[in-house]
Design a protein around this ligand. Structure first.
Ligand SMILES: Nc1ncnc2c1ncn2[C@@H]1O[C@H](COP(=O)(O)OP(=O)(O)OP(=O)(O)O)[C@@H](O)[C@H]1O
Ligand SMILES: [Mg+2]
Length: 273
Protein backbone atom coordinates (compact mmCIF):
# COMPACT_ATOMS: atom_id res chain seq x y z
CA UNK A 1 0.00 0.00 0.00
CA UNK A 2 2.59 2.46 1.09
CA UNK A 3 4.65 2.23 -2.09
CA UNK A 4 1.56 2.61 -4.27
CA UNK A 5 1.02 6.03 -2.75
CA UNK A 6 4.52 7.26 -3.52
CA UNK A 7 5.36 8.78 -6.85
CA UNK A 8 9.03 8.27 -6.21
CA UNK A 9 10.37 5.45 -4.11
CA UNK A 10 12.69 7.37 -1.85
CA UNK A 11 12.77 4.99 1.06
CA UNK A 12 11.58 6.12 4.44
CA UNK A 13 9.70 9.38 4.07
CA UNK A 14 7.49 11.62 6.02
CA UNK A 15 7.50 9.28 8.97
CA UNK A 16 8.89 11.73 11.49
CA UNK A 17 6.33 10.90 14.10
CA UNK A 18 6.27 7.18 13.35
CA UNK A 19 7.43 6.13 16.79
CA UNK A 20 4.44 7.63 18.56
CA UNK A 21 1.92 6.23 16.07
CA UNK A 22 -1.36 5.22 17.61
CA UNK A 23 -2.56 1.85 16.31
CA UNK A 24 -6.20 2.77 16.90
CA UNK A 25 -5.92 5.65 14.45
CA UNK A 26 -6.12 5.61 10.67
CA UNK A 27 -5.13 9.25 10.26
CA UNK A 28 -3.07 11.54 12.42
CA UNK A 29 -3.43 15.25 11.80
CA UNK A 30 -0.60 17.37 13.14
CA UNK A 31 -0.77 21.16 13.21
CA UNK A 32 -2.65 21.39 9.91
CA UNK A 33 -3.07 24.86 8.46
CA UNK A 34 -4.92 25.49 5.20
CA UNK A 35 -4.82 28.74 3.27
CA UNK A 36 -6.70 30.18 0.33
CA UNK A 37 -4.22 32.75 -0.91
CA UNK A 38 -3.34 34.87 2.12
CA UNK A 39 -6.44 33.88 4.04
CA UNK A 40 -6.11 31.07 6.55
CA UNK A 41 -9.21 28.86 6.71
CA UNK A 42 -7.90 26.14 9.06
CA UNK A 43 -5.73 27.28 11.98
CA UNK A 44 -3.25 24.60 12.94
CA UNK A 45 -5.47 21.75 14.06
CA UNK A 46 -4.29 18.39 15.43
CA UNK A 47 -6.44 15.30 15.85
CA UNK A 48 -6.33 11.51 15.47
CA UNK A 49 -9.05 9.87 13.41
CA UNK A 50 -10.11 6.42 14.62
CA UNK A 51 -10.04 3.24 12.52
CA UNK A 52 -13.38 1.62 11.78
CA UNK A 53 -15.23 4.42 13.44
CA UNK A 54 -17.39 7.34 12.43
CA UNK A 55 -16.03 10.82 13.12
CA UNK A 56 -18.47 13.71 12.74
CA UNK A 57 -17.33 17.26 11.93
CA UNK A 58 -19.76 19.94 13.07
CA UNK A 59 -19.72 23.72 13.26
CA UNK A 60 -21.30 26.80 11.68
CA UNK A 61 -21.12 27.58 7.98
CA UNK A 62 -17.68 28.74 6.89
CA UNK A 63 -15.79 27.26 9.87
CA UNK A 64 -13.56 25.09 7.66
CA UNK A 65 -15.19 21.63 7.74
CA UNK A 66 -15.17 21.04 3.98
CA UNK A 67 -11.75 22.64 3.62
CA UNK A 68 -10.36 20.20 6.18
CA UNK A 69 -12.19 17.22 4.64
CA UNK A 70 -10.93 18.01 1.14
CA UNK A 71 -7.34 18.23 2.38
CA UNK A 72 -7.48 14.56 3.42
CA UNK A 73 -7.63 13.33 -0.16
CA UNK A 74 -5.92 16.36 -1.65
CA UNK A 75 -9.01 17.69 -3.40
CA UNK A 76 -7.91 21.20 -2.43
CA UNK A 77 -5.09 20.76 -4.97
CA UNK A 78 -7.74 21.51 -7.58
CA UNK A 79 -8.42 24.96 -6.11
CA UNK A 80 -5.97 27.61 -7.37
CA UNK A 81 -4.23 29.35 -4.48
CA UNK A 82 -5.10 26.71 -1.90
CA UNK A 83 -2.22 25.31 0.14
CA UNK A 84 -1.75 23.28 3.29
CA UNK A 85 0.97 23.10 5.91
CA UNK A 86 1.50 20.57 8.67
CA UNK A 87 0.99 16.83 8.45
CA UNK A 88 -1.75 14.35 7.81
CA UNK A 89 -0.16 10.97 8.44
CA UNK A 90 -1.66 7.91 6.74
CA UNK A 91 0.17 4.60 6.44
CA UNK A 92 3.33 6.27 7.76
CA UNK A 93 3.28 8.85 4.98
CA UNK A 94 2.40 12.51 5.01
CA UNK A 95 -0.55 12.86 2.64
CA UNK A 96 0.47 16.49 2.05
CA UNK A 97 3.90 15.50 0.74
CA UNK A 98 4.72 16.28 -2.88
CA UNK A 99 5.76 12.67 -3.35
CA UNK A 100 2.25 11.35 -2.84
CA UNK A 101 0.53 9.96 -5.92
CA UNK A 102 -2.83 11.72 -5.55
CA UNK A 103 -4.66 9.40 -7.94
CA UNK A 104 -3.68 6.39 -5.83
CA UNK A 105 -4.47 8.36 -2.66
CA UNK A 106 -7.99 9.18 -3.83
CA UNK A 107 -8.67 5.50 -4.44
CA UNK A 108 -7.81 4.73 -0.84
CA UNK A 109 -9.48 7.83 0.56
CA UNK A 110 -12.78 8.18 -1.28
CA UNK A 111 -15.20 11.08 -1.11
CA UNK A 112 -18.95 11.54 -1.42
CA UNK A 113 -20.37 15.04 -1.85
CA UNK A 114 -23.48 16.83 -0.63
CA UNK A 115 -25.25 16.72 -3.96
CA UNK A 116 -25.47 13.29 -5.57
CA UNK A 117 -23.27 13.51 -8.68
CA UNK A 118 -23.64 10.32 -10.73
CA UNK A 119 -22.18 10.37 -14.24
CA UNK A 120 -24.81 10.65 -17.01
CA UNK A 121 -24.25 6.97 -17.80
CA UNK A 122 -25.85 3.71 -16.77
CA UNK A 123 -25.92 2.51 -13.18
CA UNK A 124 -23.48 -0.25 -14.16
CA UNK A 125 -21.06 2.15 -15.87
CA UNK A 126 -21.11 4.54 -12.94
CA UNK A 127 -19.48 1.82 -10.88
CA UNK A 128 -17.19 0.32 -13.54
CA UNK A 129 -15.94 3.53 -15.15
CA UNK A 130 -12.97 4.11 -12.84
CA UNK A 131 -12.18 0.40 -12.63
CA UNK A 132 -11.98 0.15 -16.41
CA UNK A 133 -9.88 3.28 -16.48
CA UNK A 134 -7.53 1.56 -14.03
CA UNK A 135 -7.22 -1.34 -16.48
CA UNK A 136 -9.76 -3.87 -15.24
CA UNK A 137 -11.38 -5.47 -18.29
CA UNK A 138 -12.76 -8.87 -17.32
CA UNK A 139 -16.55 -8.71 -17.49
CA UNK A 140 -17.13 -11.38 -14.83
CA UNK A 141 -14.91 -9.47 -12.38
CA UNK A 142 -16.62 -6.16 -13.16
CA UNK A 143 -20.05 -7.79 -12.72
CA UNK A 144 -18.96 -9.15 -9.39
CA UNK A 145 -17.73 -5.76 -8.13
CA UNK A 146 -20.92 -4.03 -9.34
CA UNK A 147 -23.08 -6.48 -7.40
CA UNK A 148 -20.90 -6.40 -4.30
CA UNK A 149 -20.69 -2.59 -4.18
CA UNK A 150 -24.41 -2.12 -4.75
CA UNK A 151 -25.16 -4.66 -2.02
CA UNK A 152 -22.85 -2.89 0.41
CA UNK A 153 -24.53 0.42 -0.46
CA UNK A 154 -27.95 -1.17 0.20
CA UNK A 155 -29.10 -0.42 -3.35
CA UNK A 156 -28.83 -3.80 -5.10
CA UNK A 157 -32.41 -4.96 -4.56
CA UNK A 158 -33.78 -1.70 -5.95
CA UNK A 159 -31.68 -1.63 -9.13
CA UNK A 160 -30.61 -5.18 -10.00
CA UNK A 161 -33.13 -5.39 -12.87
CA UNK A 162 -32.17 -2.03 -14.37
CA UNK A 163 -28.39 -1.89 -14.20
CA UNK A 164 -28.12 -0.64 -17.78
CA UNK A 165 -30.63 2.19 -17.32
CA UNK A 166 -29.39 5.73 -16.78
CA UNK A 167 -28.27 6.60 -13.26
CA UNK A 168 -30.14 9.88 -13.71
CA UNK A 169 -33.42 7.93 -13.67
CA UNK A 170 -32.84 7.12 -9.99
CA UNK A 171 -34.31 9.14 -7.12
CA UNK A 172 -32.00 11.52 -5.24
CA UNK A 173 -31.59 9.08 -2.37
CA UNK A 174 -30.84 6.23 -4.75
CA UNK A 175 -28.36 8.41 -6.64
CA UNK A 176 -26.55 9.18 -3.40
CA UNK A 177 -26.35 5.47 -2.52
CA UNK A 178 -25.02 4.86 -6.05
CA UNK A 179 -22.31 7.47 -5.41
CA UNK A 180 -21.46 5.64 -2.19
CA UNK A 181 -21.39 2.32 -4.16
CA UNK A 182 -19.08 3.94 -6.71
CA UNK A 183 -16.71 4.92 -3.90
CA UNK A 184 -16.93 1.45 -2.31
CA UNK A 185 -16.01 -0.19 -5.66
CA UNK A 186 -12.57 1.40 -5.43
CA UNK A 187 -12.04 -0.46 -2.14
CA UNK A 188 -11.06 2.58 -0.10
CA UNK A 189 -9.96 2.46 3.52
CA UNK A 190 -11.30 5.89 4.42
CA UNK A 191 -14.54 7.50 3.24
CA UNK A 192 -15.04 11.25 3.43
CA UNK A 193 -18.68 12.29 3.38
CA UNK A 194 -19.54 15.99 3.06
CA UNK A 195 -23.16 16.41 4.17
CA UNK A 196 -24.14 13.28 2.21
CA UNK A 197 -27.79 13.28 3.16
CA UNK A 198 -28.65 16.95 3.49
CA UNK A 199 -30.28 17.01 0.03
CA UNK A 200 -32.41 13.94 0.76
CA UNK A 201 -35.93 13.33 2.02
CA UNK A 202 -36.27 11.85 5.54
CA UNK A 203 -36.69 8.26 4.35
CA UNK A 204 -33.67 8.38 2.04
CA UNK A 205 -31.76 10.13 4.81
CA UNK A 206 -32.59 7.30 7.22
CA UNK A 207 -31.39 4.75 4.66
CA UNK A 208 -28.13 6.58 4.09
CA UNK A 209 -27.59 6.84 7.87
CA UNK A 210 -28.20 3.11 8.31
CA UNK A 211 -25.80 2.44 5.49
CA UNK A 212 -23.07 4.62 7.01
CA UNK A 213 -23.37 2.83 10.35
CA UNK A 214 -23.12 -0.50 8.52
CA UNK A 215 -20.06 0.64 6.55
CA UNK A 216 -17.96 1.33 9.59
CA UNK A 217 -17.10 -2.34 9.99
CA UNK A 218 -15.06 -2.06 6.80
CA UNK A 219 -14.15 1.61 6.57
CA UNK A 220 -13.10 4.59 8.61
CA UNK A 221 -15.62 7.33 8.00
CA UNK A 222 -15.43 11.09 8.43
CA UNK A 223 -18.73 12.88 7.94
CA UNK A 224 -19.55 16.58 7.87
CA UNK A 225 -23.07 17.31 9.01
CA UNK A 226 -25.21 20.27 10.01
CA UNK A 227 -27.70 17.91 11.54
CA UNK A 228 -26.99 17.55 15.25
CA UNK A 229 -29.34 14.59 15.59
CA UNK A 230 -27.53 12.86 12.78
CA UNK A 231 -24.13 13.43 14.38
CA UNK A 232 -25.35 12.13 17.72
CA UNK A 233 -27.12 9.12 16.16
CA UNK A 234 -24.31 7.82 14.01
CA UNK A 235 -20.89 9.05 15.10
CA UNK A 236 -18.44 7.72 17.66
CA UNK A 237 -16.48 10.94 18.03
CA UNK A 238 -17.44 14.50 17.20
CA UNK A 239 -15.19 17.45 16.37
CA UNK A 240 -16.59 20.95 16.80
CA UNK A 241 -15.00 23.58 14.53
CA UNK A 242 -15.36 27.33 14.84
CA UNK A 243 -13.67 29.93 12.59
CA UNK A 244 -10.99 27.47 11.50
CA UNK A 245 -10.19 26.26 15.03
CA UNK A 246 -10.87 22.84 16.46
CA UNK A 247 -12.70 23.83 19.64
CA UNK A 248 -13.54 20.44 21.09
CA UNK A 249 -13.03 16.85 19.98
CA UNK A 250 -14.46 14.13 22.15
CA UNK A 251 -16.66 11.05 22.29
CA UNK A 252 -19.97 12.01 20.67
CA UNK A 253 -21.94 11.25 23.81
CA UNK A 254 -19.77 13.61 25.83
CA UNK A 255 -20.05 16.41 23.25
CA UNK A 256 -23.83 16.18 23.21
CA UNK A 257 -24.46 15.63 26.92
CA UNK A 258 -21.63 17.32 28.74
CA UNK A 259 -19.35 19.38 26.52
CA UNK A 260 -16.29 20.91 28.19
CA UNK A 261 -16.31 24.18 26.26
CA UNK A 262 -19.09 26.76 26.55
CA UNK A 263 -19.04 27.54 22.81
CA UNK A 264 -19.70 23.86 22.01
CA UNK A 265 -22.68 23.85 24.33
CA UNK A 266 -24.03 27.04 22.77
CA UNK A 267 -23.66 25.63 19.28
CA UNK A 268 -25.23 22.23 19.88
CA UNK A 269 -28.14 23.80 21.71
CA UNK A 270 -28.78 26.04 18.69
CA UNK A 271 -27.80 29.37 20.21
CA UNK A 272 -25.73 30.31 17.16
CA UNK A 273 -24.69 28.98 13.76
N1 LIG B 1 -12.41 27.85 -3.04
C1 LIG B 1 -12.25 28.75 -2.07
N2 LIG B 1 -11.58 29.90 -2.30
C2 LIG B 1 -11.42 30.82 -1.32
N3 LIG B 1 -11.91 30.69 -0.06
C3 LIG B 1 -12.60 29.59 0.22
C4 LIG B 1 -12.82 28.55 -0.77
N4 LIG B 1 -13.55 27.56 -0.21
C5 LIG B 1 -13.77 27.96 1.06
N5 LIG B 1 -13.22 29.16 1.32
C6 LIG B 1 -13.26 29.91 2.60
O1 LIG B 1 -12.73 29.11 3.63
C7 LIG B 1 -13.51 29.17 4.82
C8 LIG B 1 -14.01 27.78 5.18
O2 LIG B 1 -14.92 27.32 4.19
P1 LIG B 1 -15.50 25.85 4.15
O3 LIG B 1 -16.18 25.67 2.86
O4 LIG B 1 -14.43 24.90 4.51
O5 LIG B 1 -16.55 25.91 5.36
P2 LIG B 1 -17.62 24.85 5.84
O6 LIG B 1 -17.40 24.69 7.31
O7 LIG B 1 -17.55 23.62 5.01
O8 LIG B 1 -19.01 25.61 5.61
P3 LIG B 1 -20.45 25.04 5.17
O9 LIG B 1 -21.03 24.46 6.41
O10 LIG B 1 -21.18 26.27 4.73
O11 LIG B 1 -20.27 24.04 4.07
C9 LIG B 1 -14.63 30.17 4.52
O12 LIG B 1 -14.23 31.41 4.99
C10 LIG B 1 -14.71 30.17 3.01
O13 LIG B 1 -15.14 31.40 2.53
MG1 LIG C 1 -18.90 22.71 3.67
Amino acid sequence: MVSALMDKQTGKQAGESESKRNKESILEVNNLEIFYGEKRAVNGISMDIGKNSITALIGPSGCGKSTFLRSINRMNDLIPGARAEGEIIYEDLNILSEQINVVALRKEIGMVFQKPNPFPKSIYENITHALKFAGMKKKSKLDEIVEESLKKAALWEEVKDRLHKSALSLSGGQQQRLCIARTIAMKPTVMLLDEPSSALDPISNAKVEELIIDLKKDYSIIIVTHNMQQASRISDKTAFFLSGDLIEYEATEKIFTNPSVKKTEEYISGRFG
